[in-house]
Write a protein that binds this ligand. Structure first.
Ligand SMILES: [Zn+2]
Length: 136
């Protein structure tokens, strides 16, 4: 199994701070629109569906299913090249949003579409970890 990816430090701003602070607590934080109920990710100041600014944050289940994935065998970026081959994936969260992420802690050959996965948090070079997923 490859080494873990060394992610660069996330830069939190006004729209993303609640997400990154949640990750630091070991929680996957999503947004829900207080006007129409749409659940969205990535974090934004406005609802992607109705443009309301009544955005609320909540702790998601952390459960999802593998929508699709690719196995990366070449990446010369520092922190990533040592981890090849690693898995880049889209995960469909139980709450609805589809997230671009990494699946870790498994043999890439064992992955399949629809596989149940659960969030975990990978350390970075900064104060906030990065959400990743592992087979559930
Ligand atoms: Zn809305």
């Amino acid at each position: 199994m490859a080494k873990e990816i060394r992610h660069p430090a996330p830069a939190a701003d006004g729209e993303t701070r609640a997400y990154w602070e949640g990750a630091a607590r070991g929680e996957l934080v999503l947004q829900r629109c207080g006007a129409c109920g749409t659940v969205q990710h990535r974090p934004r100041a406005l609802c992607v569906s109705c443009l309301s600014d009544a955005i609320e944050h909540f702790v998601a289940s952390g459960r999802g299913r593998l929508h699709t994935f690719t196995v990366t065998h070449q990446n010369q970026a520092p922190g990533f090249r040592e981890a090849c081959p690693y898995v880049l994936a889209y995960v469909d969260l139980e709450e609805g949003p589809r997230v671009l992420t990494n699946v870790v802690g498994c043999d890439p050959a064992a992955l399949r579409i629809g596989l149940p996965v659960r969030v975990d948090f990978a350390p970075t070079e900064g104060e906030f970890p990065v959400p990743v997923f592992r087979p559930a």
